[in-house]
Ligand binder design. Structure first.
Ligand SMILES: Nc1ncnc2c1ncn2[C@@H]1O[C@H](COP(=O)(O)OP(=O)(O)OP(=O)(O)O)[C@@H](O)[C@H]1O
Ligand SMILES: [Mg+2]
Length: 267
């Protein structure tokens, strides 16, 4: 389904992504982990063509992605929705309109200028919000919602595009543990129920283990681990993060249990 071959992105002398090869034969939920600067975001950004590869290829269902131009590139970006750490909503716009933005590159400039949406699209947007448990906030401005709710609006906007692949770049890094869990549950649901491939950059090991079918570990632009959550042992994780023997799993954890372990107990 997805084939990444010898993919490289150079920024000056640095290879942010360095000769990466990954093959995925069915829609899975994939977690990408690695230390800051490992190349996780650059990899995702090349997938949806926010960034152009220096060399190598990305093929999705037989279609080569790296060379797509203008209308073909926009069509691909619709098939490949992106979710960001900072939600990237239009803060002053209401929630439904933010979700309807997911259909933007399907509509004419004129319709967009005058904010004209087909009634069917509005109903579908509300259905998606309902499915994610936030339909009650549909008429509010996005900025009035909590971070967790805003990220769910961003997921709804992504689903509105009806994408084959959902890319999420650190989707829970700005959220508290409870909202992080809700957002990860939602991503898992759109994978399980809709059959969409989800690729998420995650900064915590326990989230990758708990939610993903497959984990890819990156270090200095290269893939240094590609396997199941069970294969992701503490030793392997230490290697991915380039840490020494003092490496603690709790240090990369967002779970409530692990956080409690990190807080010194009062006598
Ligand atoms: N636009 C850019 N121009 C120059 N260098 C860049 C650019 N984007 C990324 N880099 C460099 O590429 C490398 C990989 O960056 P990237 O953002 O992909 O890492 P990351 O794994 O997502 O890190 P983080 O966990 O901090 O988000 C880093 O060395 C970074 O400084
Ligand atoms: Mg990043």
């Amino acid at each position: 389904m997805l084939k990444i071959e010898n993919l490289t992105k150079a920024f000056g002398a640095v290879n942010a992504v360095d000769n990466v090869t990954i093959e995925v034969d069915r829609p899975m939920m994939i977690g990408v982990i690695g230390a800051s600067g490992a190349g996780k975001s650059t990899l995702l950004r090349m997938l949806n063509r926010l960034e152009t590869a220096t060399s190598g290829t990305i093929t999705v269902e037989g279609q080569e992605i790296t060379g797509l131009k203008s209308a073909d590139k926009r069509r691909w970006q619709r098939d490949c929705a992106m979710i960001f750490q900072q939600f990237n909503l239009v803060p002053r716009m209401d929630v439904v309109s933010n979700v309807l933005h997911g259909t933007l590159n399907q509509r004419s400039t004129l319709a967009t200028m005058f904010n004209l949406y087909p009634t069917a699209d509005i109903h579908r947007a509300i259905d998606i919000l309902d499915r994610l448990g936030i339909a009650a906030h549909a008429a509010k401005r996005a900025e009035a919602l909590s971070g967790g709710q805003q990220q769910r609006v961003a997921i709804a906007r992504a689903v509105m595009q009806d994408p084959k692949i959902v890319l999420a770049d650190e989707p829970i890094a700005s959220l508290d543990p409870m909202n992080a869990q809700i957002v990860m549950d939602d991503l898992r649901r759109i994978h399980d129920e809709d059959g969409r491939m989800v690729i998420a950059n995650l900064h915590t090991l326990d989230t990758a283990r708990r939610y993903c079918d497959r984990v890819i570990g990156m270090r200095q632009g290269r893939v240094v681990f590609d396997g199941s959550p069970e294969q992701l042992t503490t030793g392997v994780a230490r290697d991915i993060y380039g840490a020494d023997a003092s490496f603690s799993e709790a240090a990369t954890s967002t779970s409530i249990d692990a956080l409690e372990q990190k807080i010194p107990q009062r006598a």
